[in-house]
Design a protein around this ligand. Structure first.
Ligand code: PLP
Length: 273
């Protein structure tokens, strides 16, 4: 397996980053996960725009997007696979112990892993921890993901594959690695970005293509929603058949099934050349 580091391809087994890299010591980094179908990245331009936005939000220098594109192409060509997940990681780089950034430039790593096709439906849980809709990192795709790791482990313990967070004012927000949609009386709703959720790329495409509305939703909406579904780069549109102890029989419901179909049809056009 070849990865990109320090301006070129390297063997995964021997590539080295400093043990004082701020991505490791203080979670000072950002990332993107990009789906690649037969070596072609999906919606890469949108991912690179978000990467730049996350870098600016964290006060990192703008990533060199020409290099990131070259890196993605090189890694995909070196590791052919039918369905892959490109992982672009960009950190504050080697720095002093503590939170001040050092003089060194940022670290860019592009790696690739095999991705599995997700089942059409899944179970989710809600967790009692909250997303902060007004934090310094809100809306940025940073490598500070430990809270998501804890919540996802809780979901796995309960036979689910995703954990949903509310925010500090009790509104539905998002999952550990996905956005959430609910169907009420035939209409599709998803929490607005002001809820603290990530501006998911799949969320934006699915909302545009299905006419979903952004709506402030109380977390309890999950107890009465007719249908629930998730969106993410690796899930695409995925129906939810259980929320905590509440089963949603007949999943995928008609509205979700239509959203899945529309996404599958339309997303074929959005692969970057
Ligand atoms: N929310 C969070 C916290 C995420 O980490 C992700 C993706 O990793 C998403 C939502 C979904 O975003 P996207 O559709 O761009 O993959």
């Amino acid at each position: 397996m070849k990865i990109w580091l320090d301006g070129g391809l390297q063997d995964l087994g021997s590539a080295r980053v400093s043990v004082l890299d701020h991505g490791l010591t203080v979670g000072d980094g950002i990332f993107e996960t990009v789906k690649a179908v037969d070596g072609r990245p999906f919606a890469l331009t949108r991912h690179l725009d978000r990467l730049t936005g996350s870098a600016r939000g964290l006060g990192l220098p703008d990533p060199d997007l020409d290099e990131v594109r070259r890196a993605c192409t090189a890694v995909l060509e070196a590791n052919p696979m039918p369905l892959g997940r490109l992982r672009i990681t960009y950190t504050g780089g080697h720095g002093p112990l503590g939170s001040d950034r050092g003089e060194h430039g940022p670290t860019l790593v592009v790696a690739l892993g095999e991705a599995a096709r997700r089942p059409d439906s899944t179970a989710v849980i809600t967790v009692p921890w909250t997303r902060n809709e007004r934090g310094a990192l809100t809306g940025l795709k940073t490598t500070s993901y430990a809270e998501n790791v804890v919540a996802l482990a809780r979901a796995r313990e309960r036979g689910a594959t995703e954990a949903l967070f509310g925010n500090t004012v009790g509104q539905l927000c998002e999952g550990t690695g996905s956005n959430v949609f609910v169907v009420l009386d035939g209409e599709i709703h998803t929490p607005p970005l002001a809820s603290g959720c990530l501006a998911g790329i799949t969320r934006a495409l699915a909302a545009e293509w299905t006419g979903a509305r952004e709506t402030d939703l109380p977390l309890e909406v999950l107890e009465r929603a007719d249908e629930v579904f998730l969106t993410s780069t690796l899930r695409d549109v995925q129906a939810v058949h259980r929320v905590d102890d509440r089963a949603l029989p007949g999943t995928p419901g008609p509205v979700t099934a239509k959203a899945m179909r529309i996404f599958a049809e339309r997303s074929g056009d959005d692969l970057d050349p």
